[in-house]
Design a protein around this ligand. Structure first.
Ligand SMILES: [Zn+2]
Length: 264
């Protein structure tokens, strides 16, 4: 990882205080240490990147990081190189959802931290995966208990397999420690409503979009909208940086994020 002070520009908001590295950031650092490709440690061959958001310093989003406290937690099981990809959106989930946990996936070994998390009685884990891959009767669910019944109950912990689709299928099949948990499957109406609202044509959602749908099901609408908006802003900054253009700090999405942050 590169380390440098983020250079403030005329239009970019300044970062307030130092950001504590979150679970995905820590996993990335661990993974980099094991990397045999040293250029990755410098942020890739195309120049330096902010270690808080992985973007170029001129496009740094750290000052906008919209952390939300939610009842729901997120548990990211990340395939090998996933934490290293600048396009990985699990990172954004960890920015927004205060209680996000991240572990490298292994077929043969289970991380002790993951084991402890899954055994923690405050959480009700749900593996988020399509219903057609679930063979045990009654294991797939499409909803969570209504919010009124959630008080005092266990908090939902969404287990997201953060990987390409073929990798995720393999992870789902070959993780026996997940077999005891219900599988939360997004239902078609929810998916099509989402596609309409987001003007999406396909249903290959990225991990952050799946997380937003889960938050919505858990009754955490503001966190869901915050994550979606933040994903759009991240995508904008990422693409603008790639094309060597400045980001639009006053875009509709930036204003929407501010409204979500300021709303009572
Ligand atoms: Zn940054």
């Amino acid at each position: 990882m590169s380390s440098h002070p983020s250079s403030p520009t005329a239009s970019a908001p300044s970062t307030v205080g130092a950001l504590v590295p979150h679970a995905v950031s820590r996993l990335r650092a661990e993974r980099l240490q094991r990397s045999t490709r040293p250029f990755l440690a410098r942020g890739g061959p195309k120049g330096e990147r902010c270690e808080g958001c992985r973007l170029r310093p001129s496009h740094c989003l750290c000052a906008l990081r919209p952390t939300q406290a939610t009842r729901a937690g997120m548990c990211l099981l990340m395939h090998d190189a996933e934490p290293l990809k600048p396009s990985n959106t699990g990172w954004l989930i960890a920015d927004v959802v205060a209680e996000t946990f991240a572990f490298g996936w292994s077929r043969t070994e289970m991380d002790a931290g993951l084991e402890a998390l899954l055994a923690d009685a405050q959480w009700q884990p749900y593996v988020v995966f399509p219903q057609e891959f679930v063979h045990e009767p009654g294991r797939a669910v499409q909803q969570l208990p209504p919010p009124a019944q959630q008080e005092g109950a266990r908090r939902p912990l969404f287990i997201l397999l953060d990987a390409t689709w073929p990798e995720a299928r393999k992870m789902f099949r070959k993780s026996p420690y997940l077999d005891r948990f219900p599988v939360l499957s997004l239902h078609p109406e929810q998916i099509s409503r989402y596609q309409l609202r987001r003007s999406r044509r396909d249903d290959h959602f990225c991990t952050a979009e799946v997380a937003a749908l889960c938050l919505d099901l858990a009754g955490a609408q503001r966190a869901a909208q915050t994550l979606e908006t933040y994903l759009d802003i991240y995508t904008h900054h990422y693409l603008q940086a790639k094309h060597q253009l400045p980001p639009d700090w006053r875009s509709a999405d930036h204003q929407q994020l501010q409204r979500l942050q300021n709303a009572p």
